[in-house]
Ligand binder design. Structure first.
Ligand code: FE2
Length: 266
């Protein structure tokens, strides 16, 4: 599967390496399928552009406010039309670019019904998000927040796991509606039941890794390979610091990221 990627960064990086700049990673798996993995170095967030070059429809998953111009420029450069700006959940570590993208492109915003955030389209487990000839299956994967979703593109064997499952890690469960038992069940009963070779793309990475697989995480994830009781104990004792941007990110993300922004940023 790695041959589908240019460049294949994961084969050259150990998990302890750190790189400050990651930009695009192309997916060449299927005719007309467009894939770009974009990175925001301040919040270590990945934004994904998925498109159908035949019909020109595309979507962005987890856009970051400060990177909207970059993302929208890329959409235009590739002659695509943005249909949806989708969030895997209501983020606490950055302000979403969804609202600004709506203003720029006329796209619709999408988020889980359980997120507590505003959006044009609410999704729930079993729904489909269509763009061109492709569709994402919505998997409800709560535990980091109540509204966390993963998105599975079955035709291509790829999934976007948000903060539910990170590469050799997982999202924290100590704020918003975080609940370690729920997260453990989401990962084991939803994500780990996808085919073993499924490529998984997380919402963040802090060490330079870009992609993993179900098989890798089932064997090697240091948290999710534990028993549920051990996992819960570990997650309750991480003693992480308070997220830096949470106080401005949550109110803004409840309203598509357009809360309290200077007029010129909208
Ligand atoms: Fe998050």
């Amino acid at each position: 599967m790695a041959s589908k990627f240019l460049p294949d960064l994961t084969s050259k990086l150990s998990l302890n390496d750190s790189v400050s700049i990651r930009s695009f990673c192309s997916y060449l798996g299927k005719e007309n399928f467009v894939f770009r993995q974009l990175f925001d170095s301040v919040s270590s967030t990945y934004t994904y552009l998925l498109g159908d070059a035949g019909t020109k429809e595309c979507i962005l998953i987890d856009p970051v406010l400060e990177q909207v111009q970059r993302d929208f420029q890329l959409v235009q450069d590739l002659n695509l039309k943005l249909k949806y700006a989708v969030n895997t959940h209501m983020h606490a570590d950055h302000i979403t670019g969804t609202g600004k993208l709506k203003n720029l492109s006329g796209c619709k915003s999408v988020i889980s019904k359980c997120s507590g955030a505003q959006a044009d389209v609410f999704v729930t487990d079993g729904d489909e998000i269509e763009f061109g000839n492709y569709k994402l299956n919505v998997l409800s994967t709560p535990g980091h927040t109540n509204g966390c979703c993963s998105f599975y593109l079955k035709d291509l064997g790829i999934a976007f796991t948000g903060d539910a499952l990170l590469i050799r890690g997982c999202g924290r469960t100590d704020f918003q509606e975080g609940d370690p038992e729920t997260l453990y069940q989401s990962v084991h009963c939803k994500i780990f039941r996808l085919p073993a070779e499924t490529l998984l793309y997380p919402a963040h990475d802090y060490k330079g890794c870009t992609v993993t697989t179900v098989d890798e995480e089932m064997r090697l994830n240091p948290r999710l390979t534990k028993s549920q009781d051990e996992f819960v104990d570990l997650m309750k004792n991480l003693n992480l610091s308070y997220p830096k941007q949470i106080d401005k990110a949550l109110p803004a993300n409840k309203v598509c990221g357009l809360y309290n922004l200077p007029e010129e940023s909208k």
